[in-house]
Design a protein around this ligand. Structure first.
Ligand code: ADP
Ligand code: TRP
Length: 324
């Protein structure tokens, strides 16, 4: 079983990324072979500078490794280390109806947020399909917002099979964890860097403490009164980090009253801080050994490229791109 997922290097990772994408990817390393990459071609569609793209790519490699990606078990690489993916994207785009892309939510959402309508932004799902199909992936762990892109991928794979041979591509399955399908942000909307409501995975202790204290939205129930558990952002976040017993104790304390939101926020911080302790320590080590990151990414690129070239040779032949 081969699992593949990509993460865009578009800024500081938050716990929505962790529970929606990173943790599932790390866990799947035990169940099969992981192909995990940094989607830097995709990030070009919204990146403000070359320097930012470069720095974020590096930072994401460090953070993903710190979160438990094991380069002995998974192939970890930068998308741009395998330029073959662009050729497959071109081939797929020849069977891709405009209407399919016009219906994509993420494109419409980016237009609504004021991004210029570039061809790359529009064709983004085709490149994503190429990422997935180039490496013969069986399953793709992603957050709920990427589900439609998986449908596009399956659609394009099906069209290619119809046009050029029934078993050219296998149809990949999305893996979407329902438990943590959507991690709420500090304001209760979906956590997203575009909403400015994120809790970073890695940050300074004092700053995060302050962030939780100031930004997690609560109601105005007085300290001594029972507090609503329904829709509580503190509880929803605490649940991600606490043991079931700790979580139940906080629910009980909400019902009983007599404990203020300040205390609950403190408990939330402590659970969060403990949860990422190992990852934080590993990150310190990785930051002190930049050559380790280079080595991992170089080895990953080599393996990924070999696989990509084999697939591409097969596809080129099937679609008639040879001339001898
Ligand atoms: P953002 O919304 O902050 O821009 P991305 O779109 O870059 O995050 O998402 C990267 C990965 O993290 C995707 O697989 C996405 O589904 C997942 N993800 C992002 N935010 C959340 C969230 N709040 N809950 C669950 N998964 C999320
Ligand atoms: N579009 C994904 C995101 O924004 C990133 C991505 C690019 C990806 N290519 C992929 C995810 C292939 C899974 C598989 O999160």
């Amino acid at each position: 079983m081969r699992f593949l997922t990509g993460l865009q290097p578009s800024g500081q990772l938050h716990i929505g990324n962790y529970f929606g994408a990173i943790k599932p990817a790390v866990e799947l390393q035990e169940k099969g072979e992981g192909f995990y990459f940094i989607a830097n071609y995709h990030a070009m569609t919204t990146m403000e500078s070359a320097q930012a793209l470069h720095d974020n790519t590096r930072a994401l490699a460090v953070d993903f490794l710190a979160c438990g990606l094991d380069p002995e078990k998974s192939v970890f690489f930068a998308q741009s280390a395998v330029p073959e993916v662009n050729e497959l994207a071109w081939i797929l785009s020849t069977v891709c109806p405009m209407g399919l892309l016009e219906r994509c939510h993420s494109y419409k959402e980016k237009m609504a947020r004021g991004f210029a309508a570039s061809h790359a932004l529009f064709a983004y799902p085709v490149l994503m399909a190429a990422d997935i199909l180039l490496y013969n992936s069986d399953a793709v762990p992603v957050g709920k917002d990427q589900k439609q892109h998986l449908e596009v991928t399956r659609d394009l794979a099906g069209k290619m099979n119809d046009a050029f041979g029934a078993d050219l591509f296998k149809l990949p399955e999305p893996i979407i964890s329902e438990v943590t399908a959507v991690v709420p942000g500090l304001d209760g909307q979906k956590m997203s860097k575009s909403y400015g409501n994120t809790l970073p995975i890695f940050g300074e202790e004092k700053a995060i403490r302050k962030l939780i204290n100031k930004k997690v939205v609560t109601d105005a129930t007085p300290l001594e009164d029972p507090k609503p558990t329904e829709g509580s952002i503190i509880l929803a976040l605490y649940k991600l980090f606490a043991t079931p017993e700790q979580y139940q104790a906080m629910v009980d304390a909400h019902h009983a009253g007599g404990v203020g939101y300040g205390q609950f926020k403190k408990d939330l911080f402590e659970a969060y801080w403990e949860y990422f302790r190992t990852a934080r320590e590993r990150r310190e080590w990785i930051l002190a050994h930049p050559e380790y990151v280079d080595d991992v990414l170089n080895r990953g690129a080599e393996k990924a490229r070999e696989e990509a070239q084999t697939t591409l040779a097969r596809i080129r032949k099937a679609v008639g791109l040879g001339w001898q």
